[in-house]
Ligand binder design. Structure first.
Ligand SMILES: [Zn+2]
Ligand SMILES: [Zn+2]
Length: 275
């Protein structure tokens, strides 16, 4: 079938899964988390806030506006991927038996690894001085990010971010259910990166998980310091390319929940760092 011969059968489904679900996720997941952590935070959450610096008033409006645009672009890319599927260009499939349950489960971490690599390198490139103003500046306007910042991208960056969808669909066989779980996980992880509160204890950074996985502090520091900490799920590429901020671990320990408990008791932060 020709790419441009749009088959309307299933188009509504494609629009719903590529755009509709993202609007729902953004407004209910990011919106609800924002409300819980920033609008009406319980007292125990307040010491966990990473930065007390004020957010300029238009930040939320700008974040919601650009996120709305980004999600609309994700929807368009989703429809294009649907058209590619109809033209036989992708490896998307509906029947689990085609590749079995083992691949169904394995495809989840495979997608996460491919996405992390795709994100790291496109993100790294968008920090190039010539590309930054056109692609990535909008996202960095929020220096003290919140969950509402999660999808605040310039439309050009949104196209790059959405590119992972057709790329995955072309290079590996993917069941639609696994893809749906992956996108929900990616969405939740992105909110975690922009949570503005560190929920992990100090020991996390010295554990095998802390050596591999990013934290809220990791991405928060990226918003504050710019040219460091580019990873999405993992710090692997940052460690290999040496782009992790040199003070990341110290900054993490300062923000960790243990440190926050000590802050509550008014004990010097220096003692926490000595631990
Ligand atoms: Zn960046
Ligand atoms: Zn960010």
């Amino acid at each position: 079938m020709n790419f441009l011969q749009l088959n309307w059968d299933g188009l509504t489904e494609a629009v719903f899964f590529s755009a509709g679900l993202n609007y729902i996720r953004y407004f209910f997941m990011a919106g609800l988390v924002y409300y819980l952590f920033f609008h009406r935070p319980p007292t125990w959450l307040k010491p966990l806030e990473i930065s007390k610096s004020k957010r300029p008033l238009p930040q939320n409006k700008r974040d919601v506006f650009y996120s709305f645009l980004s999600i609309s672009i994700f929807g368009i890319v989703g429809i294009l991927t649907y058209m590619m599927e109809k033209a036989g260009w992708t490896q998307l499939y509906k029947n689990v038996d085609e590749y079995g349950w083992a691949w169904w489960f394995l495809s989840l971490p495979v997608m996460v690894f491919i996405h992390d690599t795709y994100f790291y390198w496109t993100h790294y490139l968008m920090h190039n001085k010539k590309l930054f103003p056109y692609f990535h500046k909008v996202h960095h306007l929020s220096k003290n990010p919140t969950p509402l910042t999660s999808y605040a991208f310039h439309p050009l960056e949104a196209v790059v971010e959405a590119g992972i969808y057709p790329l995955l669909a072309i290079i590996i066989p993917l069941h639609q259910g696994a893809l749906l779980i992956f996108f929900t996980f990616a969405f939740a992880y992105n909110i975690l990166g922009h949570l503005g509160h560190e929920l992990y204890p100090a020991w996390f950074i010295h554990s095998p998980f802390g050596k591999i996985f990013t934290t809220t502090t990791h991405h928060h520091q990226h918003h504050q310091k710019f040219n460091c900490n580019y990873g999405y799920y993992f710090t692997i590429w940052d460690r290999l390319i040496k782009t992790n901020h040199q003070d990341y671990e110290i900054f993490f320990r300062k923000n960790s929940t243990d440190s926050s408990q000590i802050k509550r008791l008014n004990i010097s932060e220096k003692n926490v760092l000595k631990k």
